[in-house]
Design a protein around this ligand. Structure first.
Ligand code: XIL
Length: 483
């Protein structure tokens, strides 16, 4: 399944009114409250439920999608992460040499920011949607051009993206690297060169290699696993692996969870980055049920791997998916139908999220070092939303001598523009690494302020930051203020 070399505008479709979205939300709430046994405080949107598990739930949006109010309203209600469908790819951002255009990508970023959503940058180096001026360069110019492209784009979006798919789809199915212009010019080193350039431009972004048909254990994922080991052993800044997950109904690899876990065990984040589950058309009700089973399996696999940071669906509704245009005869791959009604897949995904206790996103203990389950109950009690913002800490992982926590910052009745979270450690804990915020420490007092890209939080919406720390897992009382 080779993605096409040129963009298809998948943004066509009927704009529906707000009424359709409200109907969806109501139908969703009804479906959730009617048939499903769920914990007392089950969240009613994908993002709220994912956040309670220290994860995000994302979607891809194109600039065309932004003009379809029913679609974007649904996206804003359900998702807290956005991947631009096409707008940050090379053909969009540097259509001719040295001439950069970030207008469309910027529109996606500002949509995300104004709805309290984060952004996965997608992508910097890919053999497809690559302008012909790049693929026909003299080989001795390719490295310079590639590094200039990465530096310019990653600098433009510095502080605005949570992660970058630095390298997209580098592998053939047999586990050899594609012989694209980057490989021809630099050999396999193009990957390390690209990661280093991206890290220099935006040291805070998580840097990913992203590919498809690597979800299960196979020749392609084995090759990527060896490459990841090699890059990490050489100190190359690789932080995560993206599993695209363009599935066919009924064909979720049984090794999905174990395969993600082995990458996580290398010390990498893992993410489901482009989930869809296509059905031979017309889809019948048993296929739609099977699709629900599939979505549940994928969400459960992510929840079972402590370093799985989130799941992103590649689009919102069946009416605007790339699938029918790329895989003729297939369709209906999304969690909502073309009338924006939730399908069994939506209920299954939400149910999977809600069936895991908030206190521990991972039913399996962490694998290293010397695993023990979290030692104290978390999160700390959810505070009432009365002031400008509240902050809730969840321990997502712990091990002897250390732990990992996620803090959800939620705006009260009005939007906040900038937030500050403070706490005091009870027992000498120290933060070893913190993301999605900036910290200052004085003795046992910690102050975390928003990062450049997550300070604006809409009324009632939330954002998160996280950290790893040394010491015994603790759930101190947090205060949140907004200037
Ligand atoms: C797809 C887009 O959704 C389409 O609009 C475009 O025509 C082709 O690319 N793998 C990826 C994504 O990494 O960038 C692709 O997106 C889907 C496959």
């Amino acid at each position: 399944m080779e993605p096409p070399n040129h963009p298809i505008d998948r943004s066509r479709g009927r704009a529906r009114g707000l009424a359709a979205v409200l109907a969806t939300v109501l139908a969703t709430a009804t479906a959730v409250s009617a048939g499903l046994a769920m914990p007392a405080q089950a969240a009613s949107t994908l993002k709220a439920s994912a956040e309670a598990k220290g994860r995000y739930f994302g979607t891809a949006l194109t600039r065309g999608d932004l003009g379809i109010s029913a679609e974007v309203n649904l996206a804003a209600a359900q998702f807290d992460m956005v991947t631009p469908g096409n707008e940050m790819k090379w053909d969009a951002t540097e259509p001719s040499r040295g001439s950069f255009n970030f207008g469309s990508g910027d529109q996606i970023v500002s949509f995300a920011q104004s709805h309290g959503m984060r952004v996965r940058g997608h992508n910097l180096v890919w053999h497809a949607q690559l302008p012909s001026w790049v693929s026909s360069l003299p080989l001795n110019q390719v490295q310079g051009v590639m590094e200039n492209h990465i530096t310019t784009e990653a600098t433009h979006y510095k502080g605005k993206v949570y992660a970058w798919d630095v390298i997209n789809e580098p592998y053939n199915e047999d586990g050899t690297l594609r012989q694209d212009v980057f490989y021809k010019a630099m050999g396999a080193d193009y990957i390390a060169n690209a990661l280093r350039a991206a890290h220099a431009a935006d040291p805070d972004a998580k840097l990913y290699i992203n590919d498809y048909n690597i979800e299960g254990t196979n020749a392609k994922s084995n090759a990527l696993y060896s490459l990841a080991q090699s890059l990490l052993s050489r100190g190359v800044p690789l932080h995560g692996i993206g599993f695209e997950s363009h599935f066919i109904v009924g064909q979720i690899p049984s090794s999905l969870q174990a395969n993600m876990q082995r990458f996580a065990n290398l010390g990498l984040d893992v993410a489901i980055t482009e989930l869809d589950d296509r059905i031979p058309m017309p889809a019948d009700s048993s296929e739609l049920q099977q699709q629900g089973t599939d979505y549940g399996k994928v969400v459960n696999a992510c929840l079972a791997v402590a370093r799985c940071v989130g799941v992103s669906q590649w689009g919102v509704d069946d009416g605007h998916s790339w699938i029918p245009g790329t895989f003729p005869g297939y369709g209906a791959p999304m969690m909502w139908d073309s009338g924006y009604q939730p399908k069994p897949a939506y209920t299954a995904a939400l149910n999977a999220l809600n069936s895991v206790p908030d206190t521990s996103p991972s039913p399996t203990p962490p694998t290293s070092p010397s695993p023990t389950p979290p030692t104290s109950p978390s999160p700390s009690p959810t505070p009432p939303v009365t002031g400008a913002c509240t902050a809730t800490l969840t321990t997502v992982n712990s091990w002897p001598g250390g732990f990992q926590s996620e803090v959800t910052v939620r705006a009260g009745g009005s939007a906040v523009n900038g937030w500050t979270v403070k706490w005091t450690w009870p027992g000498g804990q120290t933060i070893s690494s913190l993301w999605n915020g900036t910290q200052s420490v004085s003795g046992s007092s910690v102050t975390v302020r928003n990062a450049a890209y997550n300070g604006s939080v809409a009324a009632g919406a939330s954002t998160t930051f996280g950290f790893t720390a040394n010491g015994a897992a603790a759930t101190p009382a947090l205060t949140c203020t907004s200037p």
